[in-house]
Design a protein around this ligand. Structure first.
Ligand code: SF4
Length: 344
């Protein structure tokens, strides 16, 4: 890989671009969405372009400026870049890697709603993401069939009203925070009118990718709901947590949210004990508790990120030598049809 880098590694350094005072929506609309611009902005060798184009045609590249500025120049091995750069390998179709690895298609009783586990349901609040992670298990998800309008949400809301065993609604996506605050405030208002619902969980990467997403409008509806709030962030490497992310997390906590993190164990991103230990330490500094470390779901296009279970177990066993118990993420795999995540 090294020979493909046009600038010597010693010259590589983090770069800081000003993103001015633009809103999160403007930042999202200006995200980099083509491999050529990504390679040029990061001064990568043009040799990467052909493969990047192949991956991009399978799953569009999307990297906002606020995330880009945390990536080192001219370093194809940068752990944040590895998560977002499309590669030719994504066209490979090894046995066992499929388009719907969690078989979610079997658990959709209403448009926009996935009910897999007892007591909680997942609502697909937005089909969009602020970043396209190459290992995403929903990279082939049919979002166009599962993005309800307000009127269409009624079916999902009725399902929730009629099942008193459901105590928690999980906003998911895409990234649920890619929806507008007007839409989210409306949806949360509908949810809190259901008496047996106690908790609102939000699975999001947006406060990490574009920290300005955590603005007054978001904090307003979040702080005012009667539901207990849990925000589950998705951070895979300590370098993803800059000061802007820390500030966004502080604001989420002040709005009453408990902050947890789930990571995915990824080859050439975070597959070392030192990297995972640094991630847990940095998460805690930002007020976030490590929750899950997922082995990757076998989604087509992402096999090159795979870390075998035995290696994952050995890494986590070693991690216990470095971290107190409360900073240890739980190593899990999601197995279709099981009633919960499966510890490894
Ligand atoms: S933010 Fe989450 S849902 Fe969106 S591409 Fe990344 S992993 Fe997938």
């Amino acid at each position: 890989m090294q020979e493909n880098i046009i600038i010597a590694a010693s010259e590589a350094q983090s770069h800081r671009h000003s993103i001015g005072r633009s809103t999160w929506q403007q930042q999202l609309s200006h995200a980099i969405r083509d491999p050529q611009t990504l390679c040029e902005r990061l001064r990568l060798n043009r040799d990467w372009l052909a493969g990047a184009q192949v991956g991009h045609e399978l799953f569009e590249v999307c990297v906002p400026e606020a995330y880009l500025k945390r990536i080192a120049y001219a370093d194809i091995n940068d752990p944040l870049l590895r998560q977002v750069i499309p590669l030719g390998e994504e066209a490979l179709t090894p046995a066992g890697y499929v388009v719907d690895p969690l078989e979610e298609a079997d658990h959709r009783p209403a448009k926009g709603l996935i009910h897999k586990y007892a007591g909680r349901v997942l609502l697909i609040a937005s089909p969009n993401c602020a970043i396209n992670c190459r290992y995403c298990f929903r990279r082939h998800f049919p979002y166009s069939d599962n993005s309800p309008s307000r009127a269409q949400w009624q079916e999902a809301l009725d399902y929730l009203r009629n099942d008193t065993t459901i105590h928690e609604a999980i906003l998911s996506g895409g990234d649920p925070l890619a929806a507008s605050d007007r839409q989210l405030a409306w949806l949360v208002e509908q949810l809190e009118s259901i008496p047996h619902l106690k908790r609102l969980r939000i699975h999001t990467r947006l406060p990490v990718v574009i920290p300005d997403r955590v603005d007054d409008a978001l904090l307003g509806w979040l702080a005012s709901t009667r539901l207990q709030k849990v925000v589950v962030l998705h951070i895979n490497h300590a370098n993803e947590i800059d000061q802007a992310v820390v500030d966004a997390c502080t604001n989420l906590k002040q709005a009453g949210a408990t902050l947890l993190n789930q990571s995915v164990l990824l080859r050439d991103v975070n597959d070392s004990t030192a990297t995972l230990a640094a991630l847990s330490e940095r998460l805690f500094e930002a007020g976030i508790l490590p929750y899950y470390l997922h082995v990757m779901d076998p989604v087509q296009g992402a096999a090159h990120f795979d870390v075998p279970d035995e290696e994952a177990r050995a890494l986590v066993a070693k991690l216990r030598d470095y971290l107190p118990g409360f900073l240890m993420p739980r190593l899990v795999r999601e197995i279709p049809g099981k009633g919960s995540k499966t510890p490894l």
